[in-house]
Design a protein around this ligand. Structure first.
Ligand SMILES: [Zn+2]
Length: 419
């Protein structure tokens, strides 16, 4: 799949909304009106063009010093050039997808269906396209980095976030999807074939580099993990100053596994008591950490009396091992709590990766594919509750999207010519 490994060098394509096709074809014969329309659109979405680094640019200085007619499905495509730095921008009308003959309305339906969980094959049937074409479309969207797209929407880089990996399968291999989530938004969706700290660090580093590119002074204050060793190690390496917390909900899920050879009702009762303990610890501010230390000791004693000394000792050792991470969560009210979005997204993506296995190959583009899915997660309006009805994750987190049309937003935000 050549298009996935090729460097997207100086891609200065911009998608412009001409409202309808007839308008576009009328404007083709009127150079001045065409330019005015393009500039007005760029102004309306509040973006600027990516000029060459030496150029101050400033959108309004560009004019079509020359244009080239490229035949793409019979549609004439214009290029604009900056008179100062000579950067060339390809203007794609909203009804044309880059390098693709697929119609946007077909792509829109197929992407929505795939995001909604329908199999790739059935999504392809809906649009009378091949599953491979849909797969490639998602990969193409994934060429743009998630950090770039989110910061284009005005979202600040996350100072607190959740880092977790989905353990998944691709073909017959075990694979891992290192993920960074803040609120309703995925900031990173990586792909590694190993669960080592080195592999995770390399994946999370892509996020860190992209973030520092956007904001050289970027600092992370707090990270929540499930306590998996490779994750905490990679976070310490990449974000040395950050507070590292361990997820309390994972703790709750782990407790029953620490209790061996006891009756189920006893195990259930202990789990529910531990739940109350953690819940109350979160409620109390100020004295929370002190209160938790004391309560954990008492709880371990309680386990010893109800479930035997061996279980009591096991739980005590487990608390010793994990409590620093729980304290870190309680000490800072801004530390994120666990995210159901992440679990849902991970499960859906896992299924998708599995469904797409027929398309993957050793030099394949799993990473681009996953990034494309991440864009869909962030930009498709899916909020179920009335409060955020019709909004996408980016909007829920306070970001702004260029237009009211999610698919047009996807086209605009993943194009390379805007900054
Ligand atoms: Zn320029």
């Amino acid at each position: 799949m050549r298009h996935t490994t090729k460097q997207p060098r100086a891609n200065r394509t911009i998608t412009v909304d001409f409202q309808n096709e007839a308008t576009y074809f009328q404007l083709l014969d009127d150079r001045k009106a065409f330019l005015e329309c393009v500039l007005a659109f760029i102004l309306s979405i509040g973006f600027q063009l990516t000029h060459k680094t030496t150029c101050r640019g400033g959108g309004c200085l560009t004019r079509p010093s020359h244009y080239v007619r490229v035949r793409l499905g019979g549609v004439t495509i214009w290029r604009l050039q900056c008179t100062t730095c000579h950067a060339v921008f390809t203007v794609l009308p909203h009804f044309v997808l880059r390098y693709r003959s697929m119609r946007p309305e077909v792509a829109r339906d197929a992407l929505l269906a795939t995001h909604g969980g329908l199999s790739l094959e059935l999504c392809a049937v809906i649009g009378h396209i091949s599953p491979m074409a849909l797969y490639r479309l998602i990969c193409a969207l994934g060429h743009q980095s998630v950090v770039t797209v989110l910061t284009r929407c005005g979202l600040p880089l996350p100072t607190y976030f959740l880092a977790d990996e989905k353990h998944s399968h691709c073909l017959t291999d075990k694979v891992y999807l290192p993920t960074i989530v803040q609120g309703q938004v995925l900031w990173h969706l990586g792909y590694t074939e190993e669960a080592s700290a080195a592999a995770f660090t390399q994946s999370y580093q892509e996020f860190q580099r992209a973030a520092v590119d956007q904001e050289p002074t970027y600092r992370v204050k707090g990270v929540l993990t499930d306590g998996f060793d490779s994750t905490t190690k990679s976070m310490r390496t990449l974000f040395p100053g950050a507070r590292l917390g361990t997820c309390l909900r994972h703790a709750l899920l782990k407790l029953p596994k620490k209790l061996v050879a006891i009756a189920s009702p006893v195990r259930k009762a202990l789990r529910s008591q531990f739940h109350t303990l953690l819940y109350r610890a979160r409620q109390r501010k100020g004295l929370r950490v002190f209160a938790l230390g004391q309560r954990l000791r008492r709880f371990a004693d309680h386990v010893a009396t109800t479930a035997g000394t061996a279980n009591g000792e096991g739980v005590r050792r487990w608390f010793q091992d994990k409590k620093a991470g729980w304290y870190a969560v309680l000490e800072d009210p801004q530390m994120p709590v666990t995210s159901t979005l992440l679990d849902q997204a991970h499960n859906a993506i896992d299924r998708k990766l599995f469904m797409m296995k027929g398309f993957h190959h050793p030099q394949g583009s799993q990473q681009a594919f996953l990034r494309g899915l991440a864009h869909l997660y962030n930009l498709v309006p899916y909020q179920r509750r009335a409060k955020h009805a019709g909004q996408c994750g980016v909007e829920v987190e306070g970001g702004t999207v260029p237009t009211r049309d999610w698919f047009l937003n996807l086209q605009i935000l993943t194009s390379g010519g805007f900054r």
